[in-house]
Structures are given as structure tokens and as C-alpha cells.
Design a protein around this ligand. Structure first.
Ligand code: HEM
Length: 410
């Protein structure tokens, strides 16, 4: 038992979690902590263990109800309808529901379909830089890394782009650790209000699309819903929030963490400016070295499981630390070095197994266009504040800066 020996939540940890993760991987690669419900939560930091658990979707499940006996399930308090509307998505479900939901949207995310969006993503990236170029300074997150992917996912879903600013608040609620739904705290009431706002907004969009179908993902999902057994109303709302959140939060962090890494290694940055063909490999290295998803979403043990001399009990939660696995020296040479030419870079930054990132092709494309456009158009790009003064977001599973002031030569 770890007895909270490692601080996994404070601001100092968030600023640089890698030394703590290295110490955990060395001393307690399966690190057990007490969870609030009387069970344990296990933090897993070795590449081999993380990869094995990601692949094992039978014994490590996403839906905690699949770890319970029929009696335990019957004793659960009812789920408030609002929560049901937002949490019935593929990343919270196991086969066969997971398979059914993923199949409905898979076609929209294949590399071929996604590559057809390149021209529009490029136009949007250029428009954003047109607005700031002459100024010689911007907050890279608010003025570039955030508005780009939110525009892309809004367009893909078929949501009016003028409403994009509302996505951010909804998304913040969704990635913040869950509030206690049985206590009427201020935070709970704010969350509830935003969730109601979100569902009312999408109810209207669905009504509009039913009247006037368009060539977008929402219309095709509504058609699936009408066929009856393919998609329930709860699953439709949950799909929206998942695609909005997973489809932009991560890309914001890929662009900003990637640029942050490059700005601290000017030689690598110059090399990429001269050899843009290396950018694809560099993007993979950005996802490995300081990737957007620090820890995978929670899995639960469906049965008692023996692992490396430990007993993970049925119902225990398992947090897979992707950021630690991707710096495991057993898997990567010089893991703490950012090497854009790294060979055989089989990182876990997009996950693995049945929940492998649905949007990996889209995320890579957006990252490549965003970063190459910045490097091409903003000469002598540099941070406008010392790196160590920048603040990191406190969301436990994601890794990204709150703001990133940059300047360049006009
Ligand atoms: C570049 C940025 C991205 C990174 C690093 C990333 C990373 C990940 C990771 C690690 C997972 C697995 C989580 C787990 O197993 O707990 C995941 C799942 C997912 N991602 Fe991404 N993602 C990115 C971009 C996107 C985009 C652009 C979309 C578009 C909608 C997207 C949609 C999804 C969805 C729907 C899932 C759940 C898949 C399932 O449960 O089968 N992601 N992503």
C-alpha cells in the first residue's frame, strides 16, 4: 500500500509529473490507494502492464456495473436522468454496447474521410493567424490551439460554428472530476445548470435536423436512432458530449504541449522548419513525450485478478498512467529525451485495444496542420514568459497548459 507517498494532484506535481511517475514505476509499479467507496484504486505505470490491461477488455471493464453481482446491481441508487443522458457513451461501455455505438460513427473517422478535411482545417488555421500575425503576440491556447479543433468538430457534427464558445463550458464540466450528485452544493448546481443548457441546446438541433436533414454526423445518427434498436436517446446525447470533449480537449493540448516542447529545444525546431517531412514522426514524439492524455479513463476489475504478486479485487478501479508508460526505459531508449526522429515509437498516447482513439487520424491531421502553419508563418516564435511560470490545468487525466503567451518577429 502506498499511503499517499506520492503526490499525484498538487500544482508542483502537475507542473512536472514525470519524476514522480518514474519513482512510482521503479518502487511501486502497481501502486494501491484507498478509494472513497471502500475499494482500492491502482495506479499502473509500467509500459508492459499498461498495454496488457488496455488490451484486456474482458477482465478490465469500463462499466462498473459489469463488475457487480445481480444483487449488488439491484441495490444501486437510481441514476438521475440528466446523468444518464450524458454518460451513456462508448468510452464508458463494454462490448456489445461499445461495439454497436462505435460502429455507428466509425466511418466518419477513417483516415480517408478525415484527410478530405485537410483543406478546410488549413483555411481555418490561416484565418486564425491572419487575425494575430501583425500583432506579434498572442495567447497560443485561447487564440489558436483552442478555436481550431472546436471549429473542426463543430463542422463535422453539423453544429453552427457561431455557438462554439458554449462548447468550452460544457466540456470543462465533463472533464472535471465528478461532483457528488446526491448533495446540492454550489458546484453541483452549476454543473446541473450547464448540463441542462447542453441538453436543451442539442434537443433543438436534433429537432431542426429531423425537419431538414443535412449531410452531417448528427443527421446520420438521428437516422440510426429512428431505426429503433441502434441508438437510444440517452446514447445520442452522450455521443455528442463525448465527441465534443474527446474531439477538442486533446487536440488543444497536442498543439500547445507540442509547441511548448519545441520552443524549449530551438535546434529541433529549426530542424523541423528545414525538414517539414519529419513532422509526422515529430507529432508521434509529441504524443509520447508530453501527450494530452496523462491517464486513461478508469477501468474496473471484473473479477479478482493476480498481477505481479498483487491481488486486484473485483470492483477495484485501475488508473493507467499513459504518461508514465510512455517514458518507461524498458520500452524507449532515452525516454526523457524529445527525439523527433525516434524509431519504432509505439507509444500509448492514443490508447490501445477496443477503446483505441477513434479520432487518432483526425487528431494527427489537426496537429500536423496547426503546428506546421505556426512554424511556417511566425518567424522566431518564442515564449513570452519563463516556462516555469506557466500554469498547468488541474484536470487529473489531461495534461495541458492553461495559457501560453508567445511572441514572434513581425
Ligand atoms: C491528438 C489528440 C488525441 C489524443 C492524444 C487522444 C487520445 C485518446 C486516448 C488515450 C483514448 C483512450 C482512452 C481510454 O482508453 O481510456 C481516446 C479515446 C477516444 N478518442 Fe481520442 N485522442 C485525440 C483526439 C481525438 C479526436 C480528434 C477525436 C474525435 C472525435 C477523439 C475521439 C475519441 C473517442 C470517441 C474515444 C473513445 C473510443 C472508444 O471508447 O472506443 N479523439 N483518445
Amino acid at each position: 500500500m502506498d499511503n499517499q507517498q506520492f503526490d499525484l494532484f498538487g500544482p508542483a506535481f502537475k507542473a512536472n509529473p514525470y519524476p514522480t511517475y518514474a519513482a512510482m514505476r521503479q518502487a511501486q509499479p502497481l501502486c494501491q490507494r484507498d478509494a472513497a467507496n471502500g475499494k482500492s484504486i491502482w495506479f499502473v505505470t509500467r509500459y508492459a502492464d499498461v498495454a496488457a490491461i488496455l488490451r484486456d477488455s474482458t477482465r478490465f471493464v469500463k462499466n462498473v456495473q459489469n463488475t457487480m453481482t445481480a444483487d449488488e446491481r439491484a441495490a444501486l441508487p437510481p441514476v438521475p436522468p440528466l446523468i444518464g443522458l450524458l454518460s451513456n457513451h462508448m468510452l464508458n461501455l463494454d462490448a456489445p454496447d461499445h461495439t454497436r455505438l462505435r460502429t455507428l460513427v466509425n466511418k466518419a473517422f477513417t483516415a480517408t474521410v478525415v484527410n478530405q478535411m485537410a483543406g478546410r482545417i488549413q483555411t481555418r488555421a490561416d484565418q486564425l493567424l491572419d487575425k494575430v500575425q501583425a500583432r506579434g503576440a498572442m495567447d497560443l491556447i485561447n487564440e489558436y490551439a483552442y478555436p481550431l479543433p472546436i471549429h473542426v468538430i463543430a463542422e463535422l457534427l453539423g453544429v453552427p460554428t457561431r455557438d462554439q464558445h458554449r462548447f468550452r463550458q460544457w466540456s470543462d464540466v465533463f472533464v472535471t472530476p465528478s461532483v457528488n450528485i446526491h448533495r446540492q452544493t454550489k458546484k453541483y448546481l452549476k454543473t446541473k445548470r450547464l448540463m441542462e443548457d447542453f441538453t436543451a441546446y442539442f434537443r433543438q438541433i436534433f429537432a431542426d435536423r429531423r425537419q431538414q436533414p443535412q449531410a452531417d454526423l448528427i443527421t446520420s445518427l438521428l437516422q440510426a436512432e429512428e431505426q429503433g434498436d441502434k441508438l437510444s436517446e440517452e446514447e445520442l446525447f452522450s455521443m455528442m458530449i463525448l465527441l465534443i470533449v474527446a474531439g477538442h480537449e486533446t487536440v488543444v493540448d497536442l498543439i500547445s504541449n507540442g509547441i511548448f516542447a519545441l520552443l524549449q529545444q530551438p535546434a529541433v525546431l529549426t530542424q523541423l522548419q528545414h525538414q517539414p517531412e519529419q513532422l509526422d514522426a515529430a507529432i508521434e514524439e509529441m504524443v509520447r513525450y508530453d501527450g494530452p492524455v496523462e491517464r486513461a479513463t478508469m477501468r474496473f476489475a471484473a473479477q479478482d485478478i493476480e498481477m505481479n504478486g498483487h491481488l486486484i479485487r473485483r470492483g477495484d478501479a485501475v488508473s493507467l498512467v499513459l504518461a508514465a508508460a510512455d517514458r518507461d526505459p524498458e520500452q524507449f531508449d532515452a525516454p526523457d529525451t524529445f527525439d523527433p526522429a525516434r524509431h519504432n515509437n509505439r507509444h500509448l498516447g492514443f490508447g490501445l485495444g477496443i477503446h483505441y482513439c477513434l479520432g487518432a487520424s483526425l487528431g494527427r491531421l489537426e496537429g500536423r496542420i496547426a503546428i506546421s502553419t505556426l512554424l511556417r508563418r511566425l518567424p522566431n516564435l518564442r515564449l513570452a514568459a519563463p516556462a516555469e511560470t506557466l500554469k498547468w490545468r488541474t484536470v487529473p487525466i489531461l495534461r495541458g497548459l492553461q495559457q501560453m503567451p508567445v511572441v514572434w518577429d513581425r
